[in-house]
Ligand binder design. Structure first.
Ligand code: NAP
Length: 266
């Protein structure tokens, strides 16, 4: 099966790399377009994919087309490719905020599946959520799921939940990275080198996530299980777990979800 990417940025590269690494697609079965010739040449060198500056050419060559441009660029791309799409095309949009109804309204033909990926696809640990438009049969979501599984985990959810999904898993790597950075700064002030502190913090974040996955424990239960009265963890939690901190994290997700709603309307 030939797979195309319109927009060859960070997310497109992460997904392409996963498809090639897991042997779902051959590099010469992938074709990507972008407005930057330099970016395309770089990707061709790194991944061995085929490239073109012509978005319509991608549509003419493949059956599955990923739309991987920024949300603000999506409508222009949809208008450009609309005349070249047929009912045989599966269009997979990863643009934040843009609904399947909106995409279908600009495409007279083509089945649409919407995906919210995250950047950890680059290391095969992405969290990818998908939903199908009215023209796409269940077998399209099965294909998209198989394809996304090459880059991490994939989960189907109702489109009404996509703003929350965008806020939590789409934007989440930046939020978790920020928290890790602050904790590392604290450990450096307490005497660790930044390099060592990063190793400790990264493994602790990964181990915590893995433990929650394996045991099925609630995060609050895990926190209680490692906190003894008057111990070191309790001393840290007394500072961390304030109403202000809870409100800040709540508003962080709220602001990202609100921006996703705005992008959908833009
Ligand atoms: N990055 C993430 O963590 C993440 C997470 C979840 C979802 N997403 C979604 O994934 C999509 C892509 O994000 P990204 O981070 O990969 O962005 P990106 O790195 O900026 O990639 C978009 C690429 O599309 C190119 N482009 C712009 N206009 C085009 C056109 N008319 N035709 C063809 N190519 C065009 C851009 O070129 P220029 O740079 O020259 O404009 C750029 O190379 C976005 O819609 C975003 O909402 C991203």
């Amino acid at each position: 099966m030939k797979i195309g990417f319109i927009g060859a940025g960070k997310m497109a590269e992460a997904i392409m790399a996963g498809l090639i690494e897991k042997a779902f697609a051959r590099a010469d079965g992938i074709v990507a377009s972008d407005i930057s010739e330099e970016r395309l040449a770089e990707l061709s060198r790194r991944l061995g994919i085929r490239i073109t500056l012509d978005n319509a050419e991608v549509v003419r060559q493949v059956q599955v087309v990923f739309l991987a441009v920024k949300p603000q660029q999506l409508d222009q791309v949809l208008r450009e490719i609309a005349p070249h799409l047929t009912a045989d095309h599966l269009v997979v949009s990863i643009a934040a905020g843009k609904t399947t109804t909106h995409i279908e309204s600009l495409l007279p033909a083509g089945r649409v599946v919407r995906v919210m990926p995250n950047i950890a696809c680059l290391v095969g640990e992405g969290m990818n959520v998908f939903t199908r438009g009215v023209r796409a049969p269940v077998k399209d979501t099965e294909l998209v799921k198989t394809l996304l599984n090459c880059c991490g985990r994939a989960l189907e959810l109702p489109e009404a939940q996509f703003d929350a999904v965008t806020a939590l898993s789409g934007s989440g790597p930046a939020f978790f990275a920020y928290l890790l950075d602050r904790l590392v700064d604290g450990a450096v002030r307490e005497g660790l080198s930044r390099q060592d502190a990063l190793v400790l913090a990264e493994q602790t974040m990964q181990g915590t996530a893995r433990m929650l996955q394996v045991t099925g424990m609630e995060p609050a239960a895990l926190a209680s299980a490692v906190t003894s009265a008057k111990g070191t963890t309790a001393a840290g939690r007394d500072i961390l777990e304030t109403e202000t901190m809870a409100a800040v994290l709540d508003r962080t997700i709220g602001a990202a979800a609100q921006r996703s709603r705005e992008l959908g309307r833009a």
